[in-house]
Every structure is written in C-alpha cells, then in structure tokens.
Design a protein around this ligand. Structure first.
Ligand code: UFG
Length: 339
C-alpha cells in the first residue's frame, strides 16, 4: 500500500481527502500542527474508515522534525494542504503568512528532494485569477495582482513549484486551483471547524441558523449579477477531495509530466442570495439576514471552466449544491457548541 503524506490532513479539505485516499487504497499519513484544526478530527476519520491513521503533530517549517516522517515511512507522494487561509488576517499579519505558507512549502520541497520523493499535489486557489476579465475562468486565464498577502502566497507557491519542476526532472507536481469548498462528509463525522467567527459564507449561514450568530450580512446587493449579490463556484468538499486522488493517479501514470494546473470547481456560479434561499429550502429554516455594504476586496463574480480537469483527470463533480448545503447543515447540527 502506498503511503501518501498529507500535510494539513486534520484540516477541512485535508481530512476529507484522507478519507478518499483511504477509499482508493492508499495509506494516508497525516502531518498537522493543529494550529487551525483539532485532534478530534482523527476520531471522526476513524468512525468513517475504521482505521487509525498515523498522525504527526509537526509544523512543516520545522525541517528536522518533519524529516523524521520521511525517515519513518517510505513516502510515494505528498499532498500539501498545510497553510493559513484567512484573507483579512493575512493583510494584518503578512510575515506570518509568507513564513507559514511559502516557508513551509520550501521546507517541504527541500525535504522531498533530499529524501527522494517525486510527486506533489499542491492546494492552490482561484484567488490567483483576481477579478477575471472573462468567465468562466480557464487555467489559461491571466493571473492578476494578488489582492492580499494570502493570495500572493498562492501565486508565489505555484511559481516556486513550477520553477523547481523545471530545474529538477525528478520533482513533479500538480497545483489544484480550488473554487469555494462547502459541505461536509455525508456521515457528519467530519466537516469544517472554523475557530471563532467564520469568515466564509456557508459556516456563517449554518451558525446563524442554529443561533450561534444573530444575523448574516449579505455583503452587497448592487453588483452586476442577476440579483446583485456576488457569484462564486461552490463545490462539495468530497468532490474536491476526490480530485486529489485523481491528480495523484494522473501524476503517477504520466512520468513525463513535470508540472500542471487544474481548476477544481463545478463550472456553475451561484449568487450569495441563491445560497441563502437554497439553504432555507434544504434545512427548512428561515435565515435571519440583512443586506449590508460590500466587503472590501471581494470579487464580483467568478466560476470555473472545468473542461481541462474533466477531460485530462477524468474527474467531475457528483454532488449538487443542495447536497452541499444539506451536508453542511447536518454537520452543523452535530456541533454542540461554539468553538
Ligand atoms: N459573504 C457574505 N456574508 C458573509 C460571508 C461571505 O455575503 O458573512 C459573501 C462574500 O461577499 C462572497 C461570498 O459570500 O461574495 C463568498 O465569500 P467567502 O468568504 O465564503 O469566500 P470567498 O470567495 O471570498 O473566498 C474564498 C476563500 C478564500 C479565497 C477566495 C478566492 O475563502 O480563501 O475564495 O479564491 F482566497
């Protein structure tokens, strides 16, 4: 059984990917410093898979401690999720973001080269497209100047990976540009665990519906969209997780591939108000919300062209927006109290 190192494997997307790797016959090895995740995720993973996964509480920037993971196991590939991801926080703490996101990637790549590990799947983001000129965005759409240090870390990391793959034929990688991940595992054993007040739309909605938050503010209804609220491509986290397994298989089967990039979304855009309405329908609750000012830095509309990932990776989404919001809601209902 191949060992796949999953950094950030206790996090939201990482934990769902651990399940899909296991389902596909891999042995995921989790490395996470638990800075934005909880060890209880391991219990959820065990309840789903009946397996105790190997877990290391290690910071990817701590090179020598991290190296031990490579010494302990024959690693055949790495999926690198571990990173900070709050756009606003990155504006206030740019050095922390560059150090954690860029620094840990560089440490990881150095270790992979030193320890003879060839394959990397990297978590990137549609944030690299900024405010697109044309929709849907393809992998060829131009990258825009990043709106935040967080966004810049994703651009810089993609470049570091590409440059390394050019310089070293034995280092091969795929960057996945995620659109907006939502939902939770259908078992409700794992899901998103935002610490404190959520920045993202769907956890804010579900927390408002349970009464943890008083009211959702819809950030702007005067955009150039069908109902005036912003458009995003919301993808179920399990579909997103499966894209990592497909990418790993593709990288394994194509030993001549040095670097490639794929959009991972549904190919459909939905407005914030459509998300609110669909949530009300699937949950049977009435959401307390108001229309507020625009949030600074928000993109008006973005959604993915997924032609390349569908054709090349043989991957496509299986779950609907209703599935996503139903699973988010079921997960929220299992959370006893605010974290
Ligand atoms: N929104 C609200 N109210 C809220 C929260 C969000 O109306 O309380 C709206 C936003 O204005 C936006 C949409 O819901 O129109 C989605 O917002 P999110 O914060 O959930 O997601 P973003 O698209 O802004 O950000 C996501 C990731 C970032 C990433 C960005 C671009 O969270 O990490 O996509 O890739 F940088």
């Amino acid at each position: 059984m191949q060992n796949i190192l999953v950094t950030g494997g206790a996090g939201y997307i990482g934990s769902h990917t651990v399940v899909e790797l296991h389902n596909a016959g891999y042995n995921p090895i989790i490395v996470d410093n638990l800075s934005n995740s909880r060890k209880s995720v391991l219990t959820g993973l065990k309840n789903i898979t009946s397996k105790d996964f190997t877990f290391y509480k290690v910071d990817c920037n701590d090179k020598e401690t991290f190296r031990q993971v490579f010494k302990d196991h024959q690693i055949s590939g790495v999926i690198h999720f571990a990173a900070y991801k709050a756009v606003g926080e990155s504006v206030a703490k740019p050095l922390e973001y560059y150090e954690n996101n860029v620094g840990s990637l560089m440490t990881l790549i150095r270790l992979m080269k030193e320890e003879g590990v060839e394959k990397l799947i990297f978590s990137s983001s549609c944030t690299v497209y900024g405010q697109p000129d044309q929709l849907p965005v393809t992998e060829q759409s131009p990258k825009k100047t990043a709106e935040s240090p967080y966004g810049n870390t994703k651009q810089v990391c993609e470049e570091i990976i590409e440059d390394t793959s050019v310089s070293d034929k034995s280092f091969r990688a795929i960057a996945l540009r995620y659109f907006n991940p939502v939902g939770a595992h259908p078992s409700s054993e794992i899901g998103e665990l935002p610490l404190g007040v959520p920045n993202n739309l769907v956890p804010f909605i579900t927390q408002t519906a349970t009464g943890w938050r008083e009211q959702l503010t819809v950030f702007g209804d005067n955009y150039d969209t069908k109902d005036g609220s912003c458009v995003r491509d919301y993808i179920h986290v399990v579909d997103l997780a499966k894209a990592h397994v497909k990418s790993l298989e593709y990288l394994t089967q194509h030993s001549d591939l040095s670097f490639d990039i794929f959009n991972i979304g549904t190919g459909h855009g939905n407005t914030v108000l459509e998300i609110v309405n669909t949530f009300e329908e699937v949950s049977g609750t009435k959401l307390n919300y108001k229309i507020g000012d625009r949030r600074s830095g928000d993109i008006e509309k973005i959604y993915a062209d997924v032609t390349k990932s569908t054709k090349v990776l043989g991957w496509k989404t299986e779950k609907s927006l209703r599935d996503s919001l139903q699973d988010s809601w079921n997960w929220q209902l299992t959370l006893k109290k605010e974290v």
